[in-house]
Design a protein around this ligand. Structure first.
Ligand SMILES: Nc1ncnc2c1ncn2[C@@H]1O[C@H](COP(=O)(O)OP(=O)(O)OP(=O)(O)O)[C@@H](O)[C@H]1O
Length: 314
């Protein structure tokens, strides 16, 4: 269990993490999401005692990270995958770490197999691909057989097979009763991997909820409607809390009305409907919706998201 209480980190005038309170429970994969610069890495660094909070505190299984007698056995983490001596082999990197922390050589062999590194274990790490580096980072995190696993962007640079491997691995680690906290920019991946989400924006907590609840509450579902009389139907549907926007293939996207109600209104006015499709918001859409005001690096101008569409509509 990871518990953050009013966790705050300031760098001079910049507040990177602001009054964060959350718990990461064992037994489920918890996704840690937020736009660039929202404070995810800073939070993870504070959990691991690499940065001191300006105020507030964070504990792992009831103690600060540094207060654990054998932290590597308690918490396994991967923050920067490439923090390894390039001239060393993966095997020797892991062996050296194991030797200094009282972990048996047999465990080194085990994590090499778990991470799928057997074929390259004796090769110099300097020649590793990004994906191999990630696998070594994860092997290192698991070396102490820790009850808590913290991974910053573990799927970065992995191919589809590697991504599937991570997904399966994280779920099995959680199923074994471990606490698993994983940050990612890939919302679609988090939707498949995580059961619970903690979302931050500009260092503040935006959501702390199960994935399904987050998606339901954040973005309103849209109904796509196609009809030769779309404009007339749009006018009939208009009302408080209802938004109608142009959709694909001449159709309209309706938010704020159930498909049954739209169908009934169309029928009452003799409007033939060619297509009526409820679309559930994806995690990605929910995330964009929730963090819209919390994006640190906002592009503007012709290449900004939505600019092309606006240009077309004008
Ligand atoms: N050592 C530091 N000194 C000053 N500012 C910092 C420092 N470390 C982080 N920051 C700032 O704190 C904010 C949060 O940064 P952080 O790296 O934690 O975000 P992040 O969510 O991990 O971002 P990303 O997704 O881009 O990795 C950013 O605005 C960053 O510029």
């Amino acid at each position: 269990m990871i518990e953050a209480r009013s966790l705050t980190k300031r760098y001079g005038a910049k507040t990177a993490v602001a009054d964060l309170t959350f718990s990461v429970r064992p037994g489920v994969v918890t996704g840690f999401l937020g736009p660039n610069g929202s404070g995810k890495s800073t939070t993870m660094r504070m959990i691991l005692g690499l940065d001191a909070p300006s105020s507030g505190c964070v504990t792992v299984n009831g103690k600060r990270y540094a207060a654990h007698a054998a932290p590597l056995r308690e918490v396994g983490a991967m923050l920067e995958a490439r923090a390894v001596h390039p001239g060393r082999s993966a095997f020797h990197h892991l062996l050296a770490l194991a030797a200094t922390t009282g972990i048996p050589r047999s465990r080194v062999e085990e994590v090499i197999d778990v991470a799928g590194l057997r074929k390259v274990a004796r090769k110099r790490v300097g020649g590793f691909s990004l994906g191999m580096g990630q696998r070594l980072g994860i092997a290192t995190a698991l070396l102490g057989d820790p009850a808590t696993v913290i991974l910053d962007e573990p799927v970065n640079g992995l191919d589809p097979e590697g991504i599937l491997w991570i997904r399966t691995l994280l779920k099995s680690l959680a199923a074994e009763g471990r606490t698993v906290l994983v940050s990612s920019h890939l919302m679609s991946e988090m939707a498949l991997t995580a059961e619970h989400l903690i979302v931050i924006g500009r260092g503040r907590l935006i959501a702390d909820a199960p994935v399904a609840e987050f998606t339901r509450s954040a973005a309103r579902d849209v109904v796509f409607v196609r009809s030769a009389e779309a404009a007339r139907l749009a006018a009939l549907l208009a009302g408080p809390g209802v938004a109608v926007a142009p959709g694909e293939r001449g159709g309209i996207d309706v938010t704020g009305l159930a498909s049954e109600r739209i169908g009934r209104i169309a029928a009452e006015h003799g409007i033939a409907v060619a297509e009526l499709t409820p679309r559930q918001a994806s995690l990605e859409e929910a995330f964009m919706e929730l963090t819209r005001d919390a994006v640190e690096y906002q592009p503007t101008g012709r290449y900004a998201a939505g600019a092309a569409q606006e240009g077309r509509a004008a």
